[in-house]
Design a protein around this ligand. Structure first.
Ligand SMILES: CC(C)(COP(=O)(O)OP(=O)(O)OC[C@H]1O[C@@H](n2cnc3c(N)ncnc32)[C@H](O)[C@@H]1OP(=O)(O)O)[C@@H](O)C(=O)NCCC(=O)NCCS
Length: 180
């Protein structure tokens, strides 16, 4: 049974707009159970390469149980943001960024994925910047992440954030510990 304790939380306070390099405005907002369809639409837009880089294996479909984990979040403890472009017909999902708090070392595990045709425009940078801001506000000391050794875009993105980064390479995967 998945719980989410967000009833008393002001979700609106986490809504944030950002302007991409080409001038497009995106909205980053917390993911809620109402986002099931948008999350599926986003997943179905991913190429096999993007799926592999995010999950380290090919997923042909998104299992219901996993989807529920992505949409039922305890946002007081963790954070899960959906980046969307708003148009007349509603919202087009373009990326997701999330962190899960780990009280053992006061850090949070971060993961980001951006829709293929929106990569390279600044969506990933906007999501990581905003997640960093939220994590710092909560007194979290840094992020951890696992990134494929040849995922230069993700590694570059973390480096340009100015984190102090410890890297350990295990079986072609970097285990990163990043301190703010
Ligand atoms: C990695 C990912 C999240 C980055 O998001 P994005 O929106 O494409 O990234 P941005 O446009 O914000 O910018 C990424 C930076 O990496 C750079 N970059 C892109 N491709 C690169 C490459 N092959 N080598 C080095 N840098 C690269 C960009 O130039 C940019 O740096 P800059 O701002 O200094 O110019 C996105 O590409 C993605 O979803 N990839 C597949 C899933 C994935 O790898 N997830 C990470 C799992 S932890």
């Amino acid at each position: 049974m998945l719980h989410c304790r967000n009833d008393t939380m002001d979700l609106k306070k986490y809504r944030r707009h950002a302007t991409l390099r080409d001038g497009t405005t995106i909205l980053m907002r917390p993911i809620t159970p109402e986002d099931e369809e948008l999350m599926l639409e986003l997943f179905h837009s991913f190429s096999r390469e993007t799926i592999y880089k995010r999950w380290f294996h090919i997923k042909e479909y998104m299992p219901r149980e996993q989807l529920r984990k992505y949409i039922y979040n305890d946002l007081e403890r963790d954070m899960a943001l959906l980046a969307v472009v708003e148009d007349w017909d509603g919202e087009i999902p373009v990326g997701v960024g999330r962190f899960s708090f780990n009280e053992m070392n006061n850090s949070a595990e971060i993961a980001v994925v951006v829709r293929d045709d929106w990569q390279g425009k600044g969506v990933g940078t906007a999501l990581v910047s905003y997640l960093t801001e939220i994590a710092k506000e909560r007194g979290i000391e840094g992020f951890t992440a696992e990134v494929l050794a040849d995922n230069h875009a993700m590694l570059h993105l973390f480096e340009k954030m100015g984190f102090f980064i410890n890297k350990e390479l295990v079986d072609g995967v970097y285990r990163l510990r990043m301190f703010f």
